[in-house]
Design a protein around this ligand. Structure first.
Ligand SMILES: C[S@@+](CC[C@H](N)C(=O)[O-])C[C@H]1O[C@@H](n2cnc3c(N)ncnc32)[C@H](O)[C@@H]1O
Length: 249
């Protein structure tokens, strides 16, 4: 069984790691899900890489959470639960604002691009306090009909990963769709984790558990925090299904 590291760097007098992990919502050998407000528990957790798609603070309708904090409250939320190193997904302008909040310039930014009928066709992914290694993954060639490229494909080669990721959003008809209103594709989270060094992934806004599912698929220990119990149940179900698939495979 893989134990979660127990180095506590943010625990000054506000409860212990043991206390937080004593009664998780869900726990298996790699993944722990905590049903709580991340502001109450992040400082008690071991250090890890924070990877998250935070609430966008645009008045979105989550079950039981008002996505309309004041700018100051939102900045305080992000500052308190997204210590560096962290990787966050957001719209481009908001990533600039997050840099202001985190008081750091990202080491790297990537565009996640998807076809949609809305004005927004892409989001940014930014790495603060850490860097992705693009040699750790590849992607499909853009010109598969070129003679030389056909030969490379026949040899099993892939194109270098570039900073423009075309990955469809999770739609109502997608196989992975859950009841969570704004689920991120597992392919996005898995690629982030595949190219970013980490021994423990922490998602302080776990939602339906996509980061945790991606971590499980890659064999990386993870902790997810989600304040809504219904979303914790969805996340736990998804992670548990990965166990079953892993056993079956
Ligand atoms: C953008 S969604 C994350 C979606 C997730 N990436 C997925 O694929 O399902 C943000 C989530 O953060 C949760 N949330 C908001 N504030 C929170 C807080 N202070 N602590 C824990 N969870 C919070 C919301 O309930 C929502 O599920």
């Amino acid at each position: 069984m893989t134990e979660i590291p127990t180095t506590i760097e943010r625990s000054e007098g506000r409860g212990s790691l043991h206390e937080v992990l004593a009664s998780p919502y869900y726990k298996d050998t790699l993944c722990t899900i905590i049903n709580a407000d991340s502001r109450d528990v992040m400082h008690k957790l071991p250090s890890g890489l924070v990877v998250s798609d935070p609430p966008y603070n645009v008045g979105y309708h989550y079950d039981g959470y008002k996505d309309n904090l004041t700018t100051e409250e939102y900045q305080e939320l992000i500052r308190s639960v997204c210590p560096l190193p962290c990787v966050l997904i957001h719209y481009a302008e908001d990533l600039c604002a997050l840099s202001w909040t985190l008081e750091e310039i990202p080491e790297k930014m990537v565009a996640w691009v998807y076809p949609s009928n809305t004005a927004r066709q892409w989001r940014g992914i930014a790495w603060w306090g850490c860097k992705p290694d693009f040699d750790k993954d590849g992607q499909d060639y853009r010109n598969p009909n070129d003679k030389r490229i056909r030969e490379r494909i026949a040899r099993g080669e892939r194109a270098r990963l570039y900073d423009w990721w075309e990955i469809n959003q999770v739609k109502n008809v997608s196989n992975e769709k859950t009841e969570h209103p704004c689920q991120i594709p597992t392919d996005v989270m898995r690629r982030i984790l595949k190219i970013t060094d980490c021994k423990l992934v922490i998602d302080p806004f776990a939602g339906s558990g996509t980061t945790l599912v991606a971590a499980k698929q890659l064999g990386i220990p993870s902790i997810g925090i989600e304040r809504n119990e219904k979303y914790c149940a969805i996340a736990a179900g998804r992670v548990a299904r990965e166990n079953a698939l892993g056993l079956a495979g």
